[in-house]
Write a protein that binds this ligand. Structure first.
Ligand code: GLY
Length: 346
């Protein structure tokens, strides 16, 4: 069945029943549904991010009963935050100083997905990705086509380069080479040894065990214009299966693409691994294809949630404070998930 026919069938079904089921769904969101599922929303960031990202997402879920609305709401918070330099508005730009955003979304009951890549001038790329999923018969729109599509749906073109991001970019450019004509100011030795990435995954399962997920990012700082990372690639930066769970990746996107890492996590979970073990298996795969940890000078992190609400988190390197973290929210509140990094389990 085509994506379009699937969507229409589902829309008709939901449209007929939503008014009657609305209050019931809201109550179910607060409690176990009796089917072993614990409604849960997780994000790939740790301590402190639950309050910021997951609380609004959870509130949205309670208001609407829609796990898709919930993960979008949580993702939009980060996309709209000018202080966050790795996602949406305020994200660090490409080598020409232009902010180009990547995002993807996937919805379990229909197994539909949508994504945008190299999208400029729109603050909330995951919402455009959602429209690609729901209002086109395609999966992915890129660059000027994605922008035209967003404008068609009423999104406003805006300047995404905040002054803070512009200054970071300018110092980086001025310090790139001593053989060009850019001179940093005397106090301006802002030499970034590693160019920061960022990204956020927001994944959720509702009381029926239905799953939704989003990955959104401004990608690698200083990237070659047009470079697309893993975040908008279904199977790489995001994947889910409504019978199994959802997974997402952050960090160096090229490696996540090379291993289809989110797809790999889901397939490992399908074969019986916990979300934690499945994330560790994908991280190990990235290390293995690079010839071992000694040859790895980047970081990647995988997070996952199972259909019944169990979460996992693993990375190549630990953070400066120790193990990687994710966080999740369920009926009992906000929780920090202490993940594991490769040296801990290898
Ligand atoms: N993981 C984000 C990126 O590489 O663009």
């Amino acid at each position: 069945m085509t994506k379009r026919r699937n969507f229409i069938r589902q829309t008709i079904g939901l449209g007929a029943s939503l008014p009657l089921l609305g209050s019931l769904i809201r109550q179910m969101a607060l409690s176990h549904s009796g089917n072993g599922v614990i409604p849960t929303i997780m994000c790939s960031r740790g301590r402190g991010w639950g309050e910021k990202v997951l609380l609004p997402a959870w509130q949205k879920y309670q208001e609407t009963g829609s796990i898709l609305d919930a993960v979008e709401t949580g993702s939009n918070v980060v996309e709209l935050d000018p202080e966050d330099t790795s996602v949406g508005y305020g994200g660090l730009p490409n080598e020409l100083g232009v902010v180009q955003l990547d995002a993807s979304i996937m919805y379990g009951p229909t197994h539909n997905c949508g994504s945008v890549a190299s999208l400029e001038k729109i603050k909330t790329p995951c919402s455009v990705a959602r429209l690609v999923m729901e209002r086109t018969d395609h999966v992915m729109l890129v660059g000027p086509g994605a922008l035209a599509f967003a404008k068609m749906h009423g999104f406003r073109e805006e300047n995404l380069l905040t002054d803070r991001a512009r200054r970071i970019w300018l110092r980086w450019k001025e310090n790139l080479s001593s053989n060009d004509d850019y001179l940093p100011p005397e106090d301006g030795n802002y030499g970034l040894k590693k160019r920061p990435g960022g990204t956020i995954n927001v994944l959720g399962v509702d009381a029926n065990g239905d799953i939704a997920g989003i990955t959104t990012t401004s990608g690698l700082f200083g990237k070659i214009p047009g470079r697309i990372g893993d975040s908008p690639i279904i199977g790489a930066g995001l994947y889910l299966d409504n019978e199994v769970g959802a997974a997402g990746g952050t960090g160096r996107g090229e490696e996540v693409i090379r291993t289809c890492a989110s797809f790999l996590v889901i397939e490992k979970m399908r074969s019986g691994m916990t979300p934690q073990k499945a994330c560790e298996a994908a991280i190990k795969r990235i290390i293995d294809i690079n010839g071992g940890l000694d040859r790895v000078d980047f970081n990647d992190k995988m997070v996952a949630i199972s259909k019944d609400g169990e979460v996992g988190c693993a990375s190549i390197m630990g953070s400066k404070d120790g193990p990687p973290e994710a966080c999740y929210i369920n009926e009992s509140g906000i929780h920090v998930k202490a993940g594991r990094y490769y040296k801990e389990w290898s």
